[in-house]
Write a protein that binds this ligand. Sequence first.
Ligand code: DGJ
Length: 713
Amino acid sequence: MIVCDNTQRRYALHTAHTTYQMAADADGRLLHLYYGKRTDAPRTIAPPHNDPGCWPDLLPQEYPAPGLGDNHAPFFAPEWSDGSRAAALHFAGAEVCPAQEVLPGLPSFHTGGETLRITLQDPQSLTVTLRYTVFADCDLITRSAVVENTGSAPVTLRGVPSGVVDFARKDLDLITFDGAWAAERTPFRGPVRPGVQSIGSVGGIPTHAHNPAVVLCAPDATENRGDCWGLALVYSGNFRIQTERTTAGIRVSAGIEPYGFAWPLAPGECFSTPELALVYSEQGLGGMSRCFHDAVRSHLLRGRWRDLTAPRPVLLNSWEACYFTFNEEKLLTLARAAKTAGADLFVLDDGWFRGRNSDTTSLGDWVADCAKLPEGVPGLCRKIKALGLDFGIWVEPEAISPDSDLYRAHPDWALQIPGRDTLEIRHQYTLDFSRADVREGIWQQLTALLDSCPVRYLKWDVNRSLANVWSAALPADRQGEVYHRYVLGLYELQQRLVDRYPDLLLENCAGGGARFDFGMLYYSPQIWCSDNTDALDRLMIQYGTSFFYPPCVMGAHYSTVPNHTTGRTASVEARMAAALSGTFGFELDLTQYTPEQLDELRPFVDFYHAHGALLRTGTLYRLCPPDGGAAWAIAAPDGSEAVVFASGCVLDGRSLPLPFAAGHHAYRAAMLATGLEGCTERYSGESLAVHGLPLPALRGNMPGFLCHLQQED
Ligand code: DGJ
């Protein structure tokens, strides 16, 4: 619900449990008043804020502008034709729109409730429209800004935040989700320091280093209680999220990274920022995550795969089984083994196209290598289908190898700065996706591939960050558009893909999880989490990922031991627990398995088929954070059913209280763990909630435990 009081110039956004308040002061400044627990009481502005001579630095502002007394580190940065970079944004009006407006060319949470539009005006003819949409059911508020040049002279935007939140308190912790290849999204928590702290990317994609999402929380906030605010960008390119602690409080600003960004606005032109998603929860980090999970499932995913109760295929991906070395016979043997293990879909990963026997060549030439696939992709697809499996394939559409026919034909299609060496990473360049003609060339190849046979699944990978960012299609004074236009081009192509192939299951991937964000989830209902499938490391990677993203979108596969990335060994159950907590699939050479070993995998596939809808739609409870082991549960919203997972050192005989267990019901627990296969127990809900579920004490290298709980009465 939105309260738009234009008489008092007070504005409030209400979700089921939260409230966000703003007001315009006597000087026309739009002040941020409150974001927290639901209340109908308007917050009164403290007396110093009514003082017309008040120093703007002390004011909690809704969309701060630089150069006229606000000495915070500026984010909004319009540059006028006289070279000045100041702005004074004055309140000019507010209105409620019954329906959410679409952001042109950008992903967004959708099917929300009302939208509040607040207009701010700079006297030199710039209008900023702040848009807030309320998703009451999941305590989500989204915001974005549209900047319009209403004057007669050009203006260049050198920084445009999607949103700014001014907190009146200084004692907040900041949690960021950082890492590297094979170690993505590890949470780091610490007090917000005086001055500026920021995370971001200048690599054109978010990269492995930082996820475009942060949590601000009370220092005493825990998994289950305490004030937590989550902020996440719905964007897949360069970004910056910065905190600035001053004497007045903490300002958090989020948006496109200003480096490499300069967007000229001719008179009459507009620029729309990507969306910023906000959640507040007083129920700790777990409560905050559950709001984001509901929001992703109900308001971000789209199309056929949005129905999470419908079965999702169990896939086998060929990468760790074959890498670049295979022929059709090997693939078919692997597919047969996958079928025996219970898989539904076979994915042919990298290495299938002309001359691609290593990572040094051929990206951009999306035609089958006849030496490996004598009857091309359609021939392989036909044979895979004859085995009773669906077929999927890998592509890296944004990439071009210097050694490729595409590069020989169109060297100018690669991003490169004239006169400089073009940087190769993984022996490849990046295509200039800001250019429509380049995208069209790739689109023609993609559609030829996807129209050639029934492809059910597509893995869209990108294996490097951007460098040498310069476009041959734009003049010198417009090069500051390239990074963002690249992202818009990526979105446009993925939108075309989902429009033309509505049944295709698209999985995004970026050398593991370097582009795991809300923007990509608008197009693909799952994203590959990490190239690291080690059961121990996955505990941290998937734990960190789960702060904003629900388990059902996390690409997770059961792989071999010793693990190809870490060399470590883990039990079948621990590896299965990690994979079953995500999209579930296999990624190992099952041709090396005996029929008996393949049979041993069946109970887990059966488990997935039996409980897949619960795993995708259920509510996540992080029971023990990762530290040599972890435990977590996915429960039906009414607590009638749940799956509990545990692995590593938490399997020491302890009992785990289950917050979702309903006291007045009895539960039947069916276990899946070494030595406990087929074991069932009965527990009262009260006992599970108070004393906890007794975990077995299991020894050995990374043990694992899975348990399905079902209410009996
Ligand atoms: C990186 C991905 O994360 C892997 O799963 C695999 O697809 C390789 N690229 C292929 O080059």
